[in-house]
Design a protein around this ligand. Structure first.
Ligand code: TYD
Length: 152
């Protein structure tokens, strides 16, 4: 169902993955589309976008307890660095016909934004400040507990 390219795939990153989107090409230009459940593995509750990012800026620097996201570089390029407390993987996004699925419980940063880049983010829950984990050490404790809980 999900057209996942297993780029840098690792179990530790809980299934974070690049997902290819349908691409409709014709003489008038290209059109890509995302449908909840069909193309990405969650229902979309919120959409936001990041733009006018100054050179060298770092976005993110946190994890979500429950929120899942799908990020597309609609314009330009940037890197998403994912971290599960044990290992790190960097995903470069630079095309509007694929995106990065990020499961809950993954530490993430967005870096290396090109001039005029535009990041579209689809999220699985409404905005909730209490869903954020901002402290990296706390995040590591939480992910260790999760791992212990999953080994039964
Ligand atoms: P933040 O989540 O810190 O951005 P990033 O993770 O990209 O660095 O959000 C920046 C600000 O925007 C913060 O004040 C919260 C606000 N915000 C909302 O009001 N609604 C939202 O859906 C998001 C994602 C952020």
């Amino acid at each position: 169902m999900f057209n996942m390219i297993k780029m840098g795939y690792s179990r530790q990153l809980n299934g974070a993955n690049i997902i290819q989107l349908p691409k409709n090409l014709d003489r008038r230009g290209n059109l890509s589309v995302v449908e909840e459940i069909t193309n990405i593995p969650f229902e979309i509750k919120r959409t936001y976008w990041i733009y006018d990012v100054p050179g060298g800026a770092v976005r993110g620097g946190h994890a979500y307890r429950n929120n899942e996201e799908f990020i597309v570089a609609l314009s330009g390029s940037f890197d998403v660095v994912l971290d599960n407390g044990l290992s790190r993987t960097t995903y470069s996004l630079n095309r509007s016909y694929y995106g990065l699925y990020i499961p809950k419980g993954v530490w993430r940063q967005m870096v290396n934004f090109s001039t005029n880049s535009l990041a579209l983010i689809l999220a699985s829950i409404p905005f909730d400040p209490s869903d954020y984990v901002y402290d990296y050490e706390h995040f590591k404790e939480l992910s260790n507990k999760e791992l212990e809980g999953s080994v039964s």
